[in-house]
Design a protein around this ligand. Structure first.
Ligand code: SF4
Length: 346
């Protein structure tokens, strides 16, 4: 089955579930070796970096797994000033970043007008860069406005493709249906779209993960962000078990073979559950890393889950560190917008 995927063939949902359920060291090793070949075919040994700016941890939503959900009264809330966001980008631009990811909770303070102004200013100050937004579920009109202001990409994880599972992870006012509506709107508008899911979230089995694989195969996103579920102590899932490194890496390998040209981040959550998690993610098929450009003083406050890695070091130091880490395993961190190949060839 792994060979069939590598050769461009398709798997059924049952076959994905079978592979996931019966995985072992040998099948994982084989999967990663083919995933590395598939990635090299499209991207060589390049690793793209994205400058992540977590600009607000206010959120009107109450997702059961999230440390900055509105019901968490212990969260230490912050918002960056527009000028602080722009300073982070200017600093990142000088360090070689050509993509900035603006990530935040669904915070009404950052209305369309404010967000559009920020996007326009980043594009003016950092010519040639790409702006990625990750600010949740919005109306089609809002997505269109950000796009018209210059936003290039949008990240919105679908989290789980199984509607019943979705309902177990989210309060009633959030629906899988609206999330899908958002993803389709984003694609139709012309964004490079990233979606993704948590590995090892409560109630998840191999069947749900197989549904996630079927979903990404059908949706064909440009980017897929997957990371282990890591519990946050101030949430309803505070006592649940975290997702494992081993299963997350296996899923990364499967995503790489299913969508060989996708951009796949080795996520911060991977680095959180294992000190070498990001390197292991790259060796399993990932080709993107997202160092944090947010001011060190706020990084600890953007706690979606417990023990998130947020070194106090400055951005320049973390880029240096990342270059060294990647070169040790044979990969080059490059200065590039890092578009998905189907886009950059156009
Ligand atoms: S997961 Fe996103 S939308 Fe849900 S509470 Fe957290 S920040 Fe808000």
């Amino acid at each position: 089955m792994i060979d069939r995927l590598y050769g461009g063939g398709e798997l059924s949902r049952e076959e994905y579930a079978y592979l996931i359920r019966n995985r072992g060291d040998d099948s994982a090793r084989y999967l990663f070796s083919l995933a590395a070949k598939a990635r090299e075919r499209y991207y060589g040994n390049k690793i793209y970096i994205r400058g992540l700016i977590e600009f607000t941890n206010y959120c009107k939503n109450d997702c059961f797994y999230c440390g900055i959900r509105r019901s968490n009264k212990n969260a230490d809330r912050y918002r960056l000033e527009v000028s602080e966001i722009l300073d982070c980008c200017k600093e990142g631009f000088e360090l070689g970043f050509r993509t900035f990811v603006l990530q935040g909770g669904e915070d009404g303070y950052f209305n369309d007008e404010r967000l559009c102004r920020i996007v326009r200013e980043i594009k003016r100050l950092c010519p040639g860069c790409a702006v990625t937004l990750s600010v949740g579920e919005k109306s089609r009109g809002s997505y269109q406005a950000y796009f018209d202001a210059g936003a290039d990409r949008y990240l919105l994880r679908h989290e789980t493709a199984d509607v019943r599972h979705y309902e177990k992870l989210h309060p009633k006012e959030l629906s899988a249906e609206n999330r899908l509506r958002c993803l389709h709107d984003l694609k139709e508008i012309g964004y490079q779209v990233g979606t993704g899911f948590m590995v090892g979230s409560p109630y998840q089995t191999a069947d749900e993960l197989a549904m996630d694989m079927m979903f990404i195969k059908a949706f064909q996103p440009h980017m897929v962000g997957i990371g282990p579920f890591v519990p946050h102590h101030d949430t309803p899932f505070g006592n649940e078990k975290a997702g494992t490194l081993e299963l997350t890496l296996f899923m990364l390998g499967l995503v790489r073979l299913t969508l060989p040209a996708a951009l796949l981040p080795a996520t911060t959550a991977l680095g959180t559950i294992d000190p070498e998690g990001r390197e292991k993610g790259v060796l399993a098929g990932a080709n993107v890393v997202m160092p944090n450009l947010s001011p060190p003083s706020v990084r600890k406050k953007y706690q979606l889950y417990d023990n998130k890695i947020c070194t106090g070091c400055e951005s320049a130091q973390s880029v240096d560190d990342l270059r060294k880490r990647m070169s040790r395993i044979g990969y080059d961190v490059v200065v590039d917008r890092g578009d998905a190949v189907s886009i950059s060839k156009n």
